[in-house]
Design a protein around this ligand. Structure first.
Ligand SMILES: Cc1cc2nc3c(=O)[nH]c(=O)nc-3n(C[C@H](O)[C@H](O)[C@H](O)COP(=O)(O)O)c2cc1C
Length: 205
């Protein structure tokens, strides 16, 4: 559930702005201080600059079992796997903005990000859908190729899946042309854009 209690609505002229949105970043690259890590953290920095509260998970340090389609979660509102994904479900439910970061791996997301997304079946239940409906998602995707089309299959998968779950794909940061660990720091335009996306996500309604 989106955290209404955590928000302070400030009236500026005729517009209401939420200034206490919770932003939760999920990093789906095993490379610490790599491009995904740096960019997701930059988005969170931007969110904090505008009063957002942020939290972060690195999937590589979590135990996330594979969804096997038992659909017990739809009946019991509880996954059969009581692993680290349980905390991710809670964090997603209490956050207003979710930042999903993954490098392009073979034209798709990393396996750990896909495994996490597979477990979103939990949110596809008749009673759990409301936990994510309308929630803002920011996608952060660095990759080596200079051709933006390299990310098309990955984008198609996320767009369809998030739309299916009635989530709001609020913004996407595709960063082509980065290969070496941390190389994205040299791309000041992309770093600025990451910061701006984070800042806007907690200020723009
Ligand atoms: C297993 C693997 C598969 C990859 N597949 C692609 C690919 O299909 N297209 C591409 O442009 N880059 C590909 N890359 C390069 C990464 O997307 C790129 O190095 C990215 O910046 C890594 O992000 P990170 O530093 O957050 O791990 C691949 C890298 C790995 C390790």
């Amino acid at each position: 559930m989106s955290s209404k209690l955590g928000r302070i609505n400030v009236k500026l002229g005729e517009r209401m702005w939420n200034t206490m949105r919770k932003v939760f970043g999920i990093i789906g690259s095993p490379r610490r201080n790599g491009n995904t890590d740096i960019l997701v953290n930059r988005v969170l920095e931007g969110a904090r600059s505008a009063g957002g509260e942020t939290d972060l998970a690195h999937l590589d340090e979590l135990v996330i079992e594979q969804c096997d389609g038992c659909h017990r979660c739809w009946k019991e509102k509880r996954c059969r796997w009581q692993d680290d994904m349980v905390e991710i479900y809670d964090k997603i439910a209490e956050s207003d903005v979710i930042v999903l970061g993954t490098p392009v791996y073979w034209f798709g997301p990393s396996a750990m990000m896909k495994g996490c997304l597979d477990r979103f079946v939990f949110f596809n239940g008749p009673e759990t859908r409301s936990m994510v409906r309308g929630k803002r998602v920011i996608l952060v995707v660095p990759f080596e190729d200079e051709d933006l089309g390299t990310a098309d299959p990955l984008m198609d998968m996320f767009e369809r899946s998030l739309s299916y779950l009635e989530m709001d794909l609020y913004d996407t940061l595709l960063v082509p042309g980065v290969t070496r660990k941390g190389e994205v720091r040299d791309k000041s335009g992309q770093m600025d854009r990451a910061y701006e996306i984070g800042r806007e996500s907690v200020t723009v309604r």
